[in-house]
Write a protein that binds this ligand. Structure first.
Ligand SMILES: [Zn+2]
Length: 354
């Protein structure tokens, strides 16, 4: 019996055998009573908040717009409003054990400082602190890069279960990569690895939000896709619906597909992944330009790694980042159940009323 089971929090299903993050064995835990986390997927064009139980069970969810101008204080307030909605009918005895937030930017792990989120216009924004000031000490939020969290979740419960070498691409307004190599997350010296959207791609390309010209994301990100199908810039938040209405990809969209395939060839050559998962808007784009992506891969990826890779859609649909944020929030509980529950918050109304 595990510590979680002895505390009456969970009954353990069969272990999946997959490994995540820093090599922690993944445990498929079924929730029995109520330890839960609040998971936040903060995107440039929308907010999703969910109450998630052990084993990745989404118990309640709420979505909302991102306040205009991407003001961090206003976004934190919107997040807390959505949190109130998802805890409205929570079991009175259930314990909130963590808050995890996926952010499309470069995060300093130790204090949740957002060093750079170019598409939010954020530079050195202490978003963990700003959100924490609204939540009280029992629900200190932990921030993670959206693509890293997508990779974590797909590795644990999605298209990458049992796969030790995986790349998850978050295709939003910006494009990032979460990379798992030999079962371990690729971090880099400062934890900032994976900013593949800013890979120099076209010598005289468009101006990127990061300040450089010709980054890969200016050719395959949401704004490029929107331009290719005539979706007005102010409707980029509804790009998924626009893409669903496209049946024959116009030439401009097929060019986006070829740019996607050519960049992916670089990923294949550099990292030799077994699986590449296309998240965000790339999920809706890929079926429309599949042949263009594959033809560029065939030309530019080296045959040996090319033979081993599978480009696929997320197993968790549009929820990869949300599930990753939940996993991040559960980490303290899984590492130290007794210590974590000692400070867990049962009176969630009080926590959110601060
Ligand atoms: Zn850039």
């Amino acid at each position: 019996m595990t510590e979680l089971e002895s505390l009456g929090l969970a009954e353990q299903a069969k272990p999946s055998g997959a490994r995540i993050g820093a090599g922690r064995p993944s445990v498929d835990v079924k929730a029995r009573t109520g330890a839960y986390v609040l998971a936040v997927d903060l995107r440039v064009d929308g907010l999703t908040v969910a109450r998630v139980g052990l084993g990745g069970v989404v118990q309640a969810r709420a979505t909302g717009p991102v306040p205009a101008g991407h003001d961090p204080e206003a976004i934190a307030s919107s997040v807390v409003e959505l949190m109130r909605l998802v805890v409205k009918d929570v079991d009175p005895g259930a314990a909130l054990v963590g808050v995890g937030v996926g952010v499309p930017g470069i995060i300093r792990a130790e204090d949740g400082l957002v060093r750079l989120a170019p598409n939010l216009g954020w530079r050195d924004v202490p978003f963990a602190k700003i959100l924490a000031s609204r939540l009280g000490p029992v629900a200190a939020p932990v921030l993670g890069n959206d693509a890293d969290l997508g990779a974590l979740a797909e590795h644990l419960r999605g298209a990458g279960v049992g796969v030790e070498d995986l790349v998850y691409l978050s295709g939003e307004v910006g494009v990032g990569a979460g990379v798992i190599v030999s079962g371990h997350k690729l971090e880099g010296a400062g934890g900032y690895a994976g900013e593949i959207g800013h890979m120099p791609f076209l010598p005289d390309g468009k101006l990127c939000h990061c300040g450089a010209h010709g980054c890969w994301e200016t050719e395959i990100g949401a704004e490029a896709i929107a331009l290719a199908i005539g979706c007005p810039p102010e409707r980029v938040g509804a790009l998924g619906e626009f893409l669903e209405g496209v049946h024959d990809a116009p030439d401009d969209l097929r060019l986006v597909g070829r740019h996607l395939g050519r960049g992916l060839a670089g990923v294949v050559n550099l990292l030799n992944p077994r699986v590449i998962v296309l998240g965000g808007y790339l999920r809706s784009l890929f079926p429309l330009v599949h042949d263009d992506v594959e033809s560029e891969l065939a030309v530019h990826a080296l045959i040996a790694p090319r033979e081993l890779v599978r480009v696929t859609l997320p197993g968790l649909g549009g929820d990869s980042v949300l599930h990753g944020a939940a996993e991040l929030a559960f980490e303290p509980l899984l590492a130290d159940p007794v210590g974590c529950l000692a400070v867990a918050c049962v009176d969630v109304d009080a926590a959110l009323a601060v």
